[in-house]
Design a binder for this molecule. Sequence first.
Ligand SMILES: [Mn+2]
Length: 371
Amino acid sequence: MNNIPASSTWSFLTSVKITLIFIVGGIIILTIFFSILVSSFLQFQISMGYQMKQTVSQIINLIQNQDNFLLTTHMNADGDAFASVLAIAYLMENLKKKYQIIIHDQQVDGKYDFLWGIKTIRSYASELKSTFRAAIVLDVPSLKRVGDPAILMPARENCVKIDHHPIEEDFAAYNYVDTEASSTSQLIYDIIDLAGIPLTKPLSELIFAGIMYDTGRFSFSNTHQRDFEIAAKLLAHGAEPHKISGALFFNNSFHSMKTLGYALANMKVLLDGKLSVIFIPLEIMETNNHAEIEELANYSVAIQGVEVGIFVREVQSHYYKISFRSKGNVNVNSIAKVFGGGGHMHAAGARYAGRYTDLEEKIVSEVQKFI
Ligand SMILES: [Mn+2]
Protein backbone atom coordinates (compact mmCIF):
# COMPACT_ATOMS: atom_id res chain seq x y z
CA MET A 1 0.00 0.00 0.00
CA ASN A 2 2.91 2.33 0.88
CA ASN A 3 4.17 1.98 -2.67
CA ILE A 4 1.08 3.48 -4.27
CA PRO A 5 2.00 6.86 -5.80
CA ALA A 6 0.15 10.03 -4.66
CA SER A 7 -1.68 10.46 -7.98
CA SER A 8 -3.06 6.94 -7.81
CA THR A 9 -4.38 7.54 -4.23
CA TRP A 10 -6.07 10.67 -5.54
CA SER A 11 -7.68 8.88 -8.45
CA PHE A 12 -8.74 6.08 -6.09
CA LEU A 13 -10.42 8.60 -3.78
CA THR A 14 -12.04 10.34 -6.75
CA SER A 15 -13.49 7.13 -8.07
CA VAL A 16 -14.84 6.29 -4.58
CA LYS A 17 -16.49 9.74 -4.47
CA ILE A 18 -17.97 9.32 -7.94
CA THR A 19 -19.29 5.87 -7.04
CA LEU A 20 -20.85 7.26 -3.84
CA ILE A 21 -22.46 10.12 -5.78
CA PHE A 22 -23.95 7.58 -8.21
CA ILE A 23 -25.22 5.35 -5.40
CA VAL A 24 -26.75 8.24 -3.42
CA GLY A 25 -28.13 9.81 -6.60
CA GLY A 26 -29.55 6.49 -7.67
CA ILE A 27 -31.23 5.99 -4.29
CA ILE A 28 -32.74 9.51 -4.46
CA ILE A 29 -34.04 8.97 -8.00
CA LEU A 30 -35.47 5.55 -7.11
CA THR A 31 -37.11 6.98 -3.96
CA ILE A 32 -38.71 9.79 -5.98
CA PHE A 33 -39.81 7.32 -8.64
CA PHE A 34 -41.40 4.93 -6.14
CA SER A 35 -43.09 7.68 -4.13
CA ILE A 36 -44.65 9.00 -7.36
CA LEU A 37 -45.75 5.45 -8.19
CA VAL A 38 -47.21 4.83 -4.73
CA SER A 39 -48.96 8.20 -4.53
CA SER A 40 -50.49 7.84 -7.99
CA PHE A 41 -51.63 4.32 -7.06
CA LEU A 42 -53.19 5.65 -3.85
CA GLN A 43 -54.82 8.49 -5.76
CA PHE A 44 -56.16 5.94 -8.23
CA GLN A 45 -57.51 3.85 -5.36
CA ILE A 46 -59.09 6.91 -3.72
CA SER A 47 -60.62 8.08 -7.00
CA MET A 48 -61.89 4.53 -7.63
CA GLY A 49 -63.56 4.57 -4.23
CA TYR A 50 -64.88 8.05 -4.96
CA GLN A 51 -66.18 6.96 -8.35
CA MET A 52 -67.92 3.92 -6.81
CA LYS A 53 -69.60 6.21 -4.25
CA GLN A 54 -70.63 8.59 -7.03
CA THR A 55 -72.14 5.73 -9.04
CA VAL A 56 -73.99 4.41 -6.00
CA SER A 57 -75.48 7.82 -5.23
CA GLN A 58 -76.52 8.20 -8.89
CA ILE A 59 -78.18 4.77 -8.77
CA ILE A 60 -79.95 5.60 -5.49
CA ASN A 61 -81.10 8.93 -7.02
CA LEU A 62 -82.48 7.15 -10.06
CA ILE A 63 -84.34 4.67 -7.85
CA GLN A 64 -85.77 7.51 -5.76
CA ASN A 65 -86.79 9.67 -8.73
CA GLN A 66 -88.17 6.98 -11.00
CA ASP A 67 -90.97 4.46 -10.70
CA ASN A 68 -92.19 1.39 -12.58
CA PHE A 69 -88.94 -0.57 -12.77
CA LEU A 70 -88.03 -3.59 -14.83
CA LEU A 71 -85.68 -5.88 -12.91
CA THR A 72 -83.98 -8.59 -14.90
CA THR A 73 -80.94 -10.86 -15.17
CA HIS A 74 -79.40 -13.46 -17.48
CA MET A 75 -81.28 -16.35 -19.07
CA ASN A 76 -80.97 -19.56 -17.13
CA ALA A 77 -80.71 -17.60 -13.91
CA ASP A 78 -78.51 -19.11 -11.18
CA GLY A 79 -78.14 -18.56 -7.44
CA ASP A 80 -76.35 -15.21 -7.75
CA ALA A 81 -78.71 -13.93 -10.46
CA PHE A 82 -81.83 -14.75 -8.41
CA ALA A 83 -80.34 -13.49 -5.15
CA SER A 84 -79.17 -10.16 -6.56
CA VAL A 85 -82.36 -9.44 -8.50
CA LEU A 86 -84.46 -10.28 -5.42
CA ALA A 87 -82.29 -8.14 -3.13
CA ILE A 88 -83.00 -5.15 -5.42
CA ALA A 89 -86.72 -6.10 -5.40
CA TYR A 90 -86.56 -6.09 -1.59
CA LEU A 91 -85.16 -2.54 -1.67
CA MET A 92 -87.89 -1.50 -4.15
CA GLU A 93 -90.52 -2.96 -1.85
CA ASN A 94 -89.19 -0.93 1.06
CA LEU A 95 -89.12 2.24 -1.00
CA LYS A 96 -92.72 1.53 -2.12
CA LYS A 97 -91.66 1.48 -5.76
CA LYS A 98 -93.56 -0.24 -8.55
CA TYR A 99 -91.50 -2.97 -10.17
CA GLN A 100 -91.69 -6.27 -12.03
CA ILE A 101 -89.08 -9.01 -12.20
CA ILE A 102 -89.12 -10.51 -15.67
CA ILE A 103 -86.56 -13.04 -16.82
CA HIS A 104 -86.15 -15.01 -20.03
CA ASP A 105 -87.09 -18.41 -18.67
CA GLN A 106 -88.18 -18.81 -15.08
CA GLN A 107 -87.57 -22.34 -13.84
CA VAL A 108 -90.37 -23.79 -11.77
CA ASP A 109 -88.39 -26.54 -10.10
CA GLY A 110 -88.48 -25.08 -6.62
CA LYS A 111 -84.77 -25.22 -5.88
CA TYR A 112 -84.72 -21.52 -5.08
CA ASP A 113 -88.07 -21.46 -3.30
CA PHE A 114 -86.41 -20.52 -0.02
CA LEU A 115 -85.36 -17.13 -1.41
CA TRP A 116 -87.44 -14.12 -0.36
CA GLY A 117 -89.76 -13.01 -3.20
CA ILE A 118 -88.97 -15.85 -5.61
CA LYS A 119 -92.65 -16.33 -6.50
CA THR A 120 -92.91 -12.80 -7.88
CA ILE A 121 -90.51 -13.60 -10.75
CA ARG A 122 -92.19 -14.01 -14.14
CA SER A 123 -91.02 -15.43 -17.44
CA TYR A 124 -91.15 -13.16 -20.46
CA ALA A 125 -94.39 -13.39 -22.44
CA SER A 126 -95.14 -11.67 -25.75
CA GLU A 127 -98.23 -9.92 -24.37
CA LEU A 128 -96.04 -7.95 -21.93
CA LYS A 129 -95.86 -4.31 -23.00
CA SER A 130 -92.87 -2.08 -22.52
CA THR A 131 -94.23 0.48 -20.09
CA PHE A 132 -91.21 0.47 -17.82
CA ARG A 133 -89.68 3.84 -16.94
CA ALA A 134 -86.38 2.43 -15.68
CA ALA A 135 -84.52 -0.88 -15.53
CA ILE A 136 -81.96 -2.52 -13.28
CA VAL A 137 -80.10 -5.34 -15.00
CA LEU A 138 -78.11 -7.68 -12.79
CA ASP A 139 -75.32 -10.23 -13.21
CA VAL A 140 -75.21 -10.04 -17.00
CA PRO A 141 -72.78 -8.27 -19.38
CA SER A 142 -74.90 -8.16 -22.55
CA LEU A 143 -78.52 -7.83 -23.66
CA LYS A 144 -78.08 -10.96 -25.77
CA ARG A 145 -77.73 -12.94 -22.54
CA VAL A 146 -80.73 -11.19 -20.98
CA GLY A 147 -82.80 -12.75 -23.77
CA ASP A 148 -86.41 -11.72 -24.44
CA PRO A 149 -86.86 -9.24 -21.51
CA ALA A 150 -84.34 -6.98 -23.31
CA ILE A 151 -87.26 -6.00 -25.60
CA LEU A 152 -88.90 -4.34 -22.58
CA MET A 153 -85.93 -2.15 -21.65
CA PRO A 154 -86.51 1.61 -21.46
CA ALA A 155 -84.06 4.21 -22.83
CA ARG A 156 -80.38 3.80 -21.92
CA GLU A 157 -80.36 6.88 -19.64
CA ASN A 158 -82.77 5.12 -17.27
CA CYS A 159 -80.92 1.82 -17.19
CA VAL A 160 -78.58 0.54 -14.48
CA LYS A 161 -76.19 -2.37 -14.80
CA ILE A 162 -74.79 -4.08 -11.70
CA ASP A 163 -72.41 -6.87 -12.61
CA HIS A 164 -69.12 -8.68 -12.01
CA HIS A 165 -68.56 -10.05 -15.53
CA PRO A 166 -66.09 -8.45 -17.95
CA ILE A 167 -67.95 -5.66 -19.81
CA GLU A 168 -69.33 -6.81 -23.15
CA GLU A 169 -71.99 -4.29 -24.08
CA ASP A 170 -72.72 -0.72 -23.08
CA PHE A 171 -76.48 -0.72 -22.58
CA ALA A 172 -76.86 1.29 -19.36
CA ALA A 173 -76.09 4.87 -18.38
CA TYR A 174 -75.21 3.80 -14.83
CA ASN A 175 -72.74 0.97 -14.40
CA TYR A 176 -71.70 -0.52 -11.10
CA VAL A 177 -69.32 -3.13 -12.46
CA ASP A 178 -66.43 -4.73 -10.59
CA THR A 179 -64.82 -7.78 -12.17
CA GLU A 180 -62.85 -8.40 -8.97
CA ALA A 181 -66.08 -9.00 -7.02
CA SER A 182 -66.96 -12.63 -6.35
CA SER A 183 -70.59 -12.11 -7.24
CA THR A 184 -73.21 -9.53 -8.13
CA SER A 185 -74.66 -10.17 -4.68
CA GLN A 186 -71.39 -8.87 -3.19
CA LEU A 187 -71.88 -5.65 -5.18
CA ILE A 188 -75.42 -5.36 -3.83
CA TYR A 189 -73.89 -5.52 -0.35
CA ASP A 190 -71.47 -2.70 -1.30
CA ILE A 191 -74.34 -0.56 -2.57
CA ILE A 192 -76.40 -1.18 0.58
CA ASP A 193 -73.36 -0.41 2.70
CA LEU A 194 -72.35 2.77 0.82
CA ALA A 195 -75.95 4.00 0.74
CA GLY A 196 -76.35 3.37 4.47
CA ILE A 197 -79.38 1.10 4.04
CA PRO A 198 -79.89 -1.09 7.14
CA LEU A 199 -79.46 -4.85 6.71
CA THR A 200 -82.38 -7.10 7.57
CA LYS A 201 -82.63 -10.88 7.83
CA PRO A 202 -84.22 -11.47 4.37
CA LEU A 203 -81.69 -9.15 2.74
CA SER A 204 -78.79 -10.84 4.54
CA GLU A 205 -80.06 -14.27 3.47
CA LEU A 206 -80.36 -13.20 -0.17
CA ILE A 207 -76.86 -11.71 -0.31
CA PHE A 208 -75.35 -14.66 1.55
CA ALA A 209 -77.03 -17.12 -0.83
CA GLY A 210 -75.72 -15.24 -3.88
CA ILE A 211 -72.14 -15.06 -2.60
CA MET A 212 -72.21 -18.67 -1.41
CA TYR A 213 -73.49 -19.83 -4.79
CA ASP A 214 -71.00 -17.93 -6.97
CA THR A 215 -67.98 -18.76 -4.78
CA GLY A 216 -68.90 -22.48 -4.67
CA ARG A 217 -69.42 -22.32 -0.91
CA PHE A 218 -66.47 -19.92 -0.46
CA SER A 219 -63.99 -22.16 -2.29
CA PHE A 220 -63.52 -21.00 -5.91
CA SER A 221 -60.63 -18.78 -7.02
CA ASN A 222 -62.94 -15.74 -6.95
CA THR A 223 -63.28 -16.04 -3.15
CA HIS A 224 -61.48 -13.21 -1.35
CA GLN A 225 -61.06 -11.87 2.18
CA ARG A 226 -63.86 -9.40 1.42
CA ASP A 227 -66.37 -12.24 0.98
CA PHE A 228 -65.65 -13.53 4.47
CA GLU A 229 -65.84 -10.01 5.92
CA ILE A 230 -69.22 -9.50 4.28
CA ALA A 231 -70.35 -13.00 5.28
CA ALA A 232 -69.55 -12.22 8.93
CA LYS A 233 -71.76 -9.10 8.76
CA LEU A 234 -74.56 -11.08 7.08
CA LEU A 235 -74.41 -13.72 9.83
CA ALA A 236 -74.65 -10.97 12.42
CA HIS A 237 -77.92 -9.95 10.72
CA GLY A 238 -79.51 -13.38 10.71
CA ALA A 239 -78.19 -15.32 7.70
CA GLU A 240 -77.68 -18.99 8.64
CA PRO A 241 -75.02 -20.69 6.46
CA HIS A 242 -76.15 -24.27 7.09
CA LYS A 243 -79.73 -23.46 6.12
CA ILE A 244 -78.69 -21.65 2.95
CA SER A 245 -76.14 -24.27 1.86
CA GLY A 246 -78.65 -27.00 2.73
CA ALA A 247 -81.25 -25.38 0.45
CA LEU A 248 -78.78 -24.62 -2.35
CA PHE A 249 -76.67 -27.77 -2.43
CA PHE A 250 -78.15 -30.57 -0.31
CA ASN A 251 -81.81 -30.58 -1.21
CA ASN A 252 -81.86 -32.65 -4.39
CA SER A 253 -84.57 -35.03 -5.52
CA PHE A 254 -83.83 -38.76 -5.53
CA HIS A 255 -84.24 -38.76 -9.31
CA SER A 256 -81.68 -35.99 -9.79
CA MET A 257 -79.16 -37.83 -7.65
CA LYS A 258 -79.64 -40.87 -9.91
CA THR A 259 -79.03 -38.60 -12.91
CA LEU A 260 -75.78 -37.41 -11.35
CA GLY A 261 -74.85 -41.08 -11.14
CA TYR A 262 -75.72 -41.63 -14.82
CA ALA A 263 -73.71 -38.58 -15.88
CA LEU A 264 -70.63 -39.53 -13.85
CA ALA A 265 -70.75 -43.15 -15.01
CA ASN A 266 -70.75 -41.97 -18.64
CA MET A 267 -68.21 -39.14 -18.44
CA LYS A 268 -65.13 -39.19 -20.68
CA VAL A 269 -61.61 -37.89 -20.38
CA LEU A 270 -59.81 -36.71 -23.52
CA LEU A 271 -56.56 -34.94 -24.47
CA ASP A 272 -54.36 -37.11 -22.23
CA GLY A 273 -56.69 -36.74 -19.28
CA LYS A 274 -56.67 -32.92 -19.37
CA LEU A 275 -60.20 -32.48 -20.70
CA SER A 276 -63.28 -34.13 -19.26
CA VAL A 277 -66.70 -34.17 -20.92
CA ILE A 278 -70.04 -34.95 -19.32
CA PHE A 279 -73.02 -35.28 -21.66
CA ILE A 280 -76.67 -35.79 -20.77
CA PRO A 281 -78.94 -36.52 -23.77
CA LEU A 282 -82.46 -35.14 -24.09
CA GLU A 283 -84.32 -38.32 -23.02
CA ILE A 284 -82.60 -38.13 -19.64
CA MET A 285 -82.82 -34.34 -19.37
CA GLU A 286 -86.59 -34.38 -19.93
CA THR A 287 -87.29 -36.17 -16.69
CA ASN A 288 -85.03 -33.87 -14.71
CA ASN A 289 -84.95 -30.86 -12.52
CA HIS A 290 -82.36 -28.82 -14.41
CA ALA A 291 -81.13 -26.71 -11.52
CA GLU A 292 -80.37 -29.81 -9.45
CA ILE A 293 -77.83 -31.19 -11.88
CA GLU A 294 -75.93 -27.91 -12.39
CA GLU A 295 -73.36 -29.16 -9.88
CA LEU A 296 -72.14 -31.56 -12.59
CA ALA A 297 -70.30 -28.64 -14.18
CA ASN A 298 -68.12 -28.42 -11.07
CA TYR A 299 -67.66 -32.21 -10.93
CA SER A 300 -66.28 -32.06 -14.48
CA VAL A 301 -63.05 -30.51 -13.14
CA ALA A 302 -63.01 -32.42 -9.85
CA ILE A 303 -60.67 -35.04 -11.31
CA GLN A 304 -56.89 -35.34 -10.92
CA GLY A 305 -55.06 -34.04 -13.99
CA VAL A 306 -58.13 -32.52 -15.62
CA GLU A 307 -57.62 -28.85 -16.54
CA VAL A 308 -60.82 -28.15 -18.44
CA GLY A 309 -64.22 -29.71 -17.76
CA ILE A 310 -67.23 -29.51 -20.04
CA PHE A 311 -70.80 -30.31 -19.07
CA VAL A 312 -73.23 -30.54 -21.99
CA ARG A 313 -76.95 -31.17 -21.67
CA GLU A 314 -79.39 -31.44 -24.54
CA VAL A 315 -82.23 -29.14 -23.50
CA GLN A 316 -84.24 -29.44 -26.74
CA SER A 317 -83.79 -31.78 -29.66
CA HIS A 318 -80.31 -31.01 -31.07
CA TYR A 319 -79.99 -27.92 -28.89
CA TYR A 320 -77.45 -27.92 -26.07
CA LYS A 321 -76.49 -25.94 -23.04
CA ILE A 322 -72.76 -26.05 -22.34
CA SER A 323 -70.90 -25.23 -19.11
CA PHE A 324 -67.16 -24.74 -19.22
CA ARG A 325 -64.94 -25.02 -16.15
CA SER A 326 -61.20 -24.52 -15.77
CA LYS A 327 -58.99 -25.10 -12.76
CA GLY A 328 -55.70 -24.15 -14.35
CA ASN A 329 -54.48 -21.42 -16.67
CA VAL A 330 -56.92 -22.07 -19.48
CA ASN A 331 -59.34 -19.17 -19.90
CA VAL A 332 -62.69 -20.83 -20.60
CA ASN A 333 -64.32 -17.44 -21.17
CA SER A 334 -62.50 -17.22 -24.51
CA ILE A 335 -63.46 -20.81 -25.42
CA ALA A 336 -67.12 -20.11 -24.57
CA LYS A 337 -66.96 -17.02 -26.81
CA VAL A 338 -66.14 -19.24 -29.81
CA PHE A 339 -69.58 -20.80 -29.20
CA GLY A 340 -71.25 -17.40 -28.81
CA GLY A 341 -71.30 -17.55 -25.00
CA GLY A 342 -69.13 -16.11 -22.26
CA GLY A 343 -68.50 -15.82 -18.54
CA HIS A 344 -65.34 -15.76 -16.47
CA MET A 345 -61.86 -17.23 -16.80
CA HIS A 346 -62.72 -20.29 -14.67
CA ALA A 347 -66.44 -20.69 -15.40
CA ALA A 348 -68.38 -19.89 -18.56
CA GLY A 349 -71.38 -21.04 -20.56
CA ALA A 350 -72.74 -21.21 -24.10
CA ARG A 351 -75.46 -22.78 -26.23
CA TYR A 352 -75.13 -24.80 -29.42
CA ALA A 353 -77.50 -26.11 -32.08
CA GLY A 354 -76.58 -29.13 -34.19
CA ARG A 355 -75.37 -32.69 -33.80
CA TYR A 356 -73.75 -33.69 -30.52
CA THR A 357 -70.81 -35.43 -32.21
CA ASP A 358 -70.00 -32.21 -34.11
CA LEU A 359 -70.21 -30.21 -30.90
CA GLU A 360 -67.85 -32.56 -29.07
CA GLU A 361 -65.38 -32.45 -31.95
CA LYS A 362 -65.46 -28.65 -31.96
CA ILE A 363 -64.99 -28.53 -28.17
CA VAL A 364 -61.97 -30.83 -28.32
CA SER A 365 -60.33 -28.83 -31.12
CA GLU A 366 -60.91 -25.52 -29.29
CA VAL A 367 -59.64 -26.78 -25.92
CA GLN A 368 -56.62 -28.39 -27.64
CA LYS A 369 -55.41 -24.90 -28.65
CA PHE A 370 -54.95 -24.01 -24.99
CA ILE A 371 -53.63 -27.22 -23.36
MN1 LIG B 1 -72.75 -13.96 -10.75
